[in-house]
Design a protein around this ligand. Sequence first.
Ligand code: SF4
Ligand code: SF4
Length: 186
Amino acid sequence: MIGAGILRGMAVTGRNFLGSYFEKDRLTTVQYPEERTPLPENSRNFPFLVFDGDEAQAGLRCVACQICEKECPPQCIYIVKSKDKKPDYVGKPQFYPATFDIDISVCMSCQICVEVCPFEAIKMDKVFELSRRERFDALLMKKSDLAKSNAYYHGIHPREADVVDASLAAAAAAKKKPTAAPAATS
Ligand code: SF4
Ligand code: SF4
């Protein structure tokens, strides 16, 4: 019958319109910002720097190797490596980034910095409400803006963070394992 498809479509619309007064599941409009739809685990926006322990500066995993700075396609990462070393959160002396900036107005959220980092030090955040009124450096994120705890990382990417923790623990255990003494020669 001509127009049957249109009538079926109108029936679906009518059912959902009326049903939305009785069943919350039929509502597709979210009253943002009062209501928020939870983001999926794999959603990503811009990078942040992970720190362990309670103190951001001591616990930053980043050792300023600058690999991410070199690999970032639009070159929006700027790092200055420290001249000295400081104890990390377990007391081991490490270089650290004296400066670590990301211009997120340029960042294209490609995640290459995360993939090339050998130290699990940089991960993708889910924060998206970052609009600013100012035109110039308001979106230039400094080290202090970028540093977020491992607990925060677990909160936004729980499964991924568990895998990272397990691999870091395995690497630490392998380092501690005593190497076998060479066999004595006669
Ligand atoms: S996500 Fe991509 S563009 Fe953004 S800082 Fe990392 S490498 Fe650069
Ligand atoms: S975030 Fe990773 S790759 Fe980038 S400088 Fe720090 S340790 Fe190196």
